[in-house]
Design a protein around this ligand. Structure first.
Ligand code: NG1
Length: 448
């Protein structure tokens, strides 16, 4: 979309936010004031990329399996103005507006681990390798309530990566609503050290309003990916509940699960030499696979048998890898995603709910990524009238869970769950209804 100088903020935001546009205006106006204070007056381009909630399909993406995320109306906004000197100046409303700058180059040095600017450096390096970028002044505005809460499994980091990539791609006319671009964004996020998959970037780029996105994370030989836009039953809502336990430092635990899955593949190659990912044995009955997988092993023990797990940052050679149970989660979770699609198509909301709850138990017992707080929320939720099912969502180790609840029961569930949680953990959980939003976009330019 390109807009003339007479376009107002409402004109620019309306197509994206629809009926909730009024709630967004103050947030954008504030960010515009900050942008002008930082970088001076002149035209400002507006971009956004949404966070996501994963309906089902957890830790399957990096195993080339199936996922079903939906984009949120909570998003990361970037305000931008091009410059001609291949320099990126970046500031963040959540970091006291202190601007940083670095040159756009094929190798961009990282900031210290965990620094927010690494989520911009990664995509900047990725795009600098693909195109002759002009440089930009950027302001990132992703603070709640309209921004994506950080470190709670709603993919705030990927929203920053994707928003940055879309902003820079726009400067050189590169299309962004493509699977290839989503894959590049996922690669770009490896810059920060996790070895996650492609789900978040596809969700942020390719979702449609009011739909979840089914994604088969295994590319076809021609590089394309199978995606389907899945409407959610109007009778039900997805209620997202933040346990308030935040996972800031899960890189090591996350990468250990990646290592356990890679170990499973390497061990299964004794019987299935062609496989590269757990996805490749999805059609083999689980009971035929289990005998090849040890309960526990280590990277050091695997090395002694000639198996190398590849580049996995921070992996301790003697850390226990729970190969059998971690692979069991992935195999069954993939099956559950496909069953969920069938149940949604059949309008069988009880079956969908039961699959969500089963996914939680698997995440808890086999992938060992739940917490006391998340288990409490799931157990409490599924005992309430109108709740079809519930599960943790996102990487785990805290963060959010989601509840599939009858539309008429939402308020009662919120009240009862909030009270029960506050009585047990001394603070009420934040909650919101998932309003599935459209994917990332250039919204327009304000000439002020
Ligand atoms: P979150 O929930 O945003 O930390 C992570 C990975 C996903 C996926 C999920 C688990 C990244 C960027 N994201 O998401 O790819 O593996 O965990 O299903 O690594």
């Amino acid at each position: 979309m390109s807009l003339t100088s007479t376009a107002t903020l409402t004109d620019i935001l309306e197509p994206c936010y629809g009926p909730t546009v009024a709630q967004q205006i103050a947030r954008y106006e504030e960010a515009l004031t900050d942008f002008h204070a930082l970088y001076g007056s002149g035209p400002v381009q507006l971009f956004r990329a949404p966070g996501r909630v994963n309906v089902i399909g957890e830790h399957t993406d990096y195993n080339h399996g199936f996922v079903l995320p939906a984009a949120l109306d909570k998003d990361v906004v970037i305000l931008a103005r091009p410059r001609s000197d291949r320099t990126l100046r970046v500031a963040n409303v959540e970091d006291a507006y202190a601007p940083l700058e670095f040159e756009l180059a094929d190798e961009i040095a990282p900031a210290p681990r965990g620094h927010w600017s690494n989520y911009l450096r990664g995509p900047a390096q990725m795009l600098a390798r693909q195109a002759d970028l002009p440089g930009c002044d950027l302001l990132v505005a992703g603070a709640p309530p309209h921004g994506v809460p950080r470190s709670v499994g709603l993919s705030s980091s990927s929203a920053v990566v994707v928003a940055t990539a879309v902003t820079l791609a726009h400067q050189v006319g590169l299309p962004h609503a493509t699977a290839a671009f989503a894959q590049s964004c996922a690669d770009a996020e490896w810059y920060v050290g996790t070895r996650g998959g492609i789900m978040d970037h596809f969700a942020a780029l390719l979702t449609r309003r009011d739909h979840a996105l089914f994604l088969d994370c295994r590319a076809s030989p021609d590089g394309s990916y199978l995606t389907r836009h899945i409407p959610f039953p109007p009778s039900h809502r997805l209620l997202v509940v933040d346990s308030g336990v935040h996972h800031d430092n899960i890189r090591g635990e996350f990468n250990m699960r990646v290592a356990a899955c890679r170990a499973g593949v390497a061990l299964l190659q004794a019987a299935y030499p062609h496989i590269t990912h757990l996805r490749d044995v999805q059609d083999v009955p689980w009971l035929s696979l289990a005998p090849y997988l040890p309960e526990v092993t280590t990277a050091r023990q695997l090395t002694q048998t000639g198996i190398e797990l590849g580049d996995i940052p921070g992996l301790e050679p003697d850390a226990p890898l729970h190969v059998l149970r971690n692979c069991r989660h992935v195999w069954h979770e993939n099956a559950r995603v496909l069953q969920t699609l069938d149940a949604l198509a059949a309008g069988d909301t009880s079956a969908v709910g039961a699959l969500l709850t089963a996914a939680h138990l698997s995440a808890r017992d086999d992938y060992a990524i739940s917490t006391t707080e998340l288990d409490f929320l799931v157990n409490s939720a599924i005992s309430l009238p109108g709740v079809a099912g519930a599960r943790l969502t996102g990487a785990g180790w805290g963060g959010c869970m989601l509840i599939m609840v009858d539309a008429g029961a939402v308020e009662a569930v919120q009240a009862q769950l909030g009270a029960a949680y506050a009585a047990r953990f001394d603070h009420p959980p934040a909650m919101f209804i998932c309003q599935a939003a459209p994917g990332a976009a250039y919204l327009g330019t304000l000439n002020q």
